[in-house]
Design a protein around this ligand. Structure first.
Ligand code: CTP
Length: 397
């Protein structure tokens, strides 16, 4: 830790007084601090106090000839291992989300190539405002880590979320970010299949299923949030690709398999797609017409099994191969049989008989791995995804 340096941006809010304590704790933890104090921040704490605790000169002015001669603002923005914004006011968050650069703090945030950790602090109404929510989502999508805010009595007399996290909590988040602990899948490549496949019969008709892709997309997002490089091979869905995820859109099972093969090598493969087991053996080049001869007889042929193919890919086999089992009865026995038949390492069984799982927002699953079976009770697909991504990270560690 001793060689680590933080660029600490102190924004203009009453919580700025806690930034002084944070600076003291960072120094005590032997983390060097280069402070930037915004003009509004300087209304709450003095440059003198911040400089004394940081044991470093405070930068405030984008256009200071003296400061710029010592270290240009671009270099300054990259001189640390981590950029910390505490307090991150609604204004600073909005500027960073929009990519504005009209003072030293916002310019440093736009110019940096380092990770950014923000500790938001603002009035409860400001925190709950749709504009702040939009900005927060945009910042998270850009990979900004967020600590807090907490809930409680605020200096403005109101009560609710918006209080800046305590300095000890911010210090812990800084240490985790510096150690890469909040991104345990950094450097890993995760390949995920999701959604249905659509198998054409003619130019207008397809054989498909009710999969929405929600569970697979949520897993892709959760793995990306833990730092993984994620390739999401997706059948047709109405969903947007989660932030930081590279999506390859396909239609048929054969295209899905080809896209997966191209995406290898991968450390992990998670097959969530509801791949059509069969496809029409003849794809007509023109639309089939009703006629005197009656409805056409459609013959089906079996599609390749993507999960089984990846699990038996020899040298190219991902270290961890995870399958899903959609069952309408005898979940554990069927899922276990599938685990063996397909040669994967874990299988995540879900009961799709109720009708609420496919297309719904919740899921309850049975996770079977080498060690046994874990039952994860009903939760949002996002929560199930987070748990699965954390289990993957733990297993690869
Ligand atoms: N799968 C796949 N390719 C296929 C069929 C399934 O990759 N052609 C994967 C799914 O993504 C899932 C797992 O295999 O991870 C199990 O899918 P499921 O539809 O439950 O099983 P099936 O293989 O269709 O077996 P069954 O027909 O016996 O239910």
């Amino acid at each position: 830790m001793s060689a680590k340096r933080v660029l600490l941006i102190v924004g203009g809010g009453i919580a700025a007084y806690k930034a002084l304590e944070l600076t003291r704790l960072l120094r005590k933890a032997e983390i060097a601090v280069t402070p930037i104090l915004t003009a509004a921040g300087a209304r709450f704490v003095t440059p003198m106090a911040l400089a004394a605790l940081a044991e470093s000169a405070v930068r405030s002015d984008l256009f200071s000839l003296e400061d710029e001669a010592a270290m240009g603002h671009i270099e300054l923005s990259r001189s640390a291992d981590l950029v910390v914004v505490a307090p991150a006011t609604a204004d600073l968050m909005a500027k960073a989300a929009a990519g504005l650069a009209d003072d030293l703090a916002s310019t440093a945030l736009l110019a940096t190539d380092k990770r950014v950790l923000m500790a938001p602090a603002m009035n409860v109404r400001m925190w709950l405002h749709p504009a702040t929510k939009r900005n927060l989502a945009a910042l998270e999508a850009d990979g900004v880590a967020i600590v807090g805010p907490g809930e409680g009595a605020m200096a403005c007399g109101e009560h609710g979320p918006g209080r800046m996290a305590e300095p000890e909590e911010i210090l812990a988040a800084v240490q985790a970010a510096l150690a890469g602990e909040d991104r345990p899948l950094q450097g890993r490549h995760v390949l995920i299949t999701a959604g249905p496949t659509a198998e054409p019969l003619d130019p207008v008709r397809v054989l498909t299923n009710r999969s929405s892709g929600k569970q697979g997309y949520a897993i892709a997002g959760a793995c990306a949030a833990l730092g993984a490089r994620v390739t999401l091979v997706s059948g047709p869905t109405a969903l947007a690709a989660p932030p930081g995820v590279e999506r390859r859109s396909v239609e048929t099972a054969q295209e899905m398999l080809a896209a997966c093969r191209t995406a290898l090598p991968a450390d992990v493969a998670i097959c969530v797609a509801a791949v059509s087991d069969w496809r029409p053996d003849t794809v007509f080049g023109v639309k089939l017409k009703k006629g005197k001869e009656g409805p056409p007889a459609v013959r089906l042929v079996e599609n390749p099994d993507i999960l089984a193919t990846l699990a038996s890919a020899g040298a190219e086999r991902p270290r961890l191969v995870v399958g899903f089992a959609a069952e309408t009865g005898d979940l554990e026995a069927n899922a276990r049989a599938k685990l063996i038949r397909k040669g994967c390492d874990w299988i995540v069984g879900n009961d799709v008989s109720e009708g609420a799982v496919m297309g719904g927002d919740d899921n309850a699953v049975l996770v079977i791995d080498g060690a046994g079976a874990e039952c994860w009770p009903k939760a949002s697909k996002t929560e199930i995804a987070r748990r699965l991504a954390a289990k993957v990270a733990e297993t690869l560690a």
